[in-house]
Design a protein around this ligand. Structure first.
Ligand code: URA
Length: 204
């Protein structure tokens, strides 16, 4: 990444830290912008900060984050080698689902992060990130397990780690398989799910 893009990412983070675009600004403790390598080939996009993330200002530091670290280790990555961000940068009260108005207010930050970091592969964790980026109104369980061409990159949708923690063994196998798929997509994608996906807008 050029110095210019590193500077722009830092500026964007500083801007997000003061953001008042939606009412989550009133209830958050910290803005959780994103962490990791600004030059990462693999970027993970979750849903929204929870209690621990809101306290610490970092994504995925709670129980779901521990699982994420294990899944990344299985495909040969440390957290510091990827970039991790969320659809929402602030915690919804009581961890409720993000509102569409909050997603709309926040999505420009994610769009800029994706543009500046320019990863080769994006792993979307759960329904909210997948719906926002892939623009399909289909649940994650039907979309997962495949690689989608996406803006000259690849997108691999998978289950949210928190859902895996609630859901048991079958889900663990699925999320593991999807992480392996993302790992392979970084080096050797030949087969993609549906080239038409590429025609759909990023945040349109
Ligand atoms: N769940 C998410 O989607 N993101 C986090 O940062 C933590 C939990």
């Amino acid at each position: 990444m050029s110095d210019e893009r590193v500077r722009e990412l830092a500026e964007l983070a500083a801007q997000a830290a003061l953001c008042t675009r939606c009412s989550l600004a009133e209830t958050r403790t910290r803005v959780v912008f994103g962490t990791g390598d600004p030059d990462a080939d693999l970027m993970l996009v979750g849903e929204a900060p929870g209690y621990h993330e809101d306290q610490q200002g970092e994504p995925f530091v709670g129980a779901a984050g521990k699982l994420l670290d294990r899944l990344l280790a299985d495909i040969g990555f440390r957290r510091s080698q990827v970039y991790i961000a969320n659809v929402l940068k602030c915690r919804p009260p009581n961890n409720r689902d993000p509102l569409q108005s909050e997603i709309d207010a926040c999505s420009e930050y994610l769009r800029r992060q994706l543009t500046l970091i320019d990863p080769k592969v994006v792993l979307t964790l759960g329904n909210f990130a997948t719906r926002l980026l892939l623009k399909r109104d289909v649940g994650i369980s039907r979309l997962r397990g495949q690689v989608y061409p996406w803006w000259n990159r690849y997108l691999v949708p998978t289950l949210h780690p928190a859902a895996v923690l609630r859901g048991g063994d079958g889900l663990m196998e699925q999320v593991r398989a999807d992480f392996a798929l993302a790992g392979r997509a970084l080096t050797e994608v030949t087969q993609v799910a549906d080239p038409a996906a590429e025609q759909l807008g990023l945040f349109e």
